[in-house]
Structures are given as C-alpha cells and as structure tokens.
Design a protein around this ligand. Sequence first.
Ligand code: ADP
Ligand code: MG
Length: 238
Amino acid sequence: MGSLKIENVKKSFGPVDVLKGIDLDVKDGEFVVFVGPSGCGKSTLLRIIAGLEDATSGNVLIDDARVTNAPPSKRGIAMVFQTYALYPHLTVRDNMALGLKQAGTPTAEIDKRIAASSAMLSLEPYLKRRPAELSGGQRQRVAIGRALVREPKLFLFDEPLSNLDAALRVNTRLEIAQLHNRLKATMVYVTHDQVEAMTLADRIVVLNAGRIEQVGAPMELYNKPANLFVAGFIGSPK
Ligand code: ADP
Ligand code: MG
C-alpha cells in the first residue's frame, strides 16, 4: 500500500506564494514524475509530502490517513536527494542502517535488509567504505539503498540524477525503473529533465509557477498538450 492524496496544498514563504493550490491523487504502485522549470515549486511540494516542510494550507494523505502534521518518520516514506545527504563519518553500511537503528529495528532484520538491498544495487563491495571513498554514482546508489532498507510505502526522489555524468545518469535511471518494477512501490520523482520524465513516468505532472498545468501519461501529454507551456516543455513538435 502507498497511495498519496494532495488536497489543495498551498505554500507561501513570506509574501511569496510558491504553491498556489495543488490537488493530486497518486495510486498505490504508480510512478509519478513532477516536471517543471527551476523554481516552480517541485522540491517544496516533495518536502511537504515528506513532512520536511509544513504546508501553509491544505492536506496530505497517505493511504487515506491524514499525515499533514505527522513527522517524517511516521509517514512510511523515504526520500532520495540530489546531493545524496550521506553522513561522511559513517560507513556505507552504517549510513544504510542508521534510520532502522533509530526506529528500533532488530539487528538481525537490519542485516537481512542491508544484504538484500546491497545485492539489488550491487553495493556489497562498498559496505565498509565511507562516502568520500565512493564515486558520485556509487554515493547515489547508497542513498537509494538507504531508502530501500526502510521498506517505505512511498519513495520520493528529488532530482536524483542531476549530479551524475551522462552515462551514469542513464544507468541509475534504469536501476530506479527496475526497482519500481520489482518492488511495485509508489514512487514520486522530481526532475526538470523531459527525457527522465518521459521514460520513467506512468503519469507526468507538469508544474509551472506553483500550479499544475497538466497531468497525464507521457504520450498523452506529448500528443495532446493542454497548452503551449506543456507543449514547449514536453517537446511536442506542434
Ligand atoms: P524547484 O524545486 O522547482 O526548483 P523549489 O521548490 O526549490 O523549486 O522553490 C520554489 C520557490 O520557492 C523558489 O522561488 C525558491 O526560491 C522558493 N523557496 C524554496 N524554499 C524556500 C525557503 N525555505 N525560504 C524562502 N523561499 C524558498
Ligand atoms: Mg528543486
């Protein structure tokens, strides 16, 4: 289970209205990608879903339970950031284990989950290393592994490929797609890259200046963009 409902979410920073009323239903197991230009509010929306930021008004529901005021650890989510957000002084293994330890997960269960996740992401050779001893691609796989071991209902990705070079970007994208196929987990993924959106998404949500311009399957947006903004962004030739 891992459905997500966003009801009329608004967010202002001081006088600036960053999100101007977002409504969205994400089905259990769906891969939804938020696209839009830099500064349109993608990260803010993701952080509100994660509980890292409070909405000014509106509600967030996960599996039909209102989590608007619940702390991140109580939402059954795991987030992967553009900058990996690993602890530099901890080994890969300890980075992956930390959240589970804090949640009181028994050691045997932690070991089992780390073994499974590191196999899935080919991380076994790196478990004893520290982040500084890894490449960018390896660091991002560790960050994905850390999300995986928590067995979240809902994965949130904020531009996870932006700091990787072109070849690694393709590989990591394929790994994320595979992960989605294997786990059947709900994934909400933010990017400003049209190719990522077109290849990963069941549905794409096009954001512009704090509003949703259009929601639909990739080919739906490509063939029938609701307006010029969507057409320009998704790259339809009309
Ligand atoms: P995106 O991820 O789409 O690039 P963001 O959600 O990061 O956009 O930011 C949307 C807007 O909100 C930007 O104008 C940004 O400057 C502003 N913003 C984001 N976080 C804060 C904050 N903590 N305080 C003030 N303004 C913020
Ligand atoms: Mg952002």
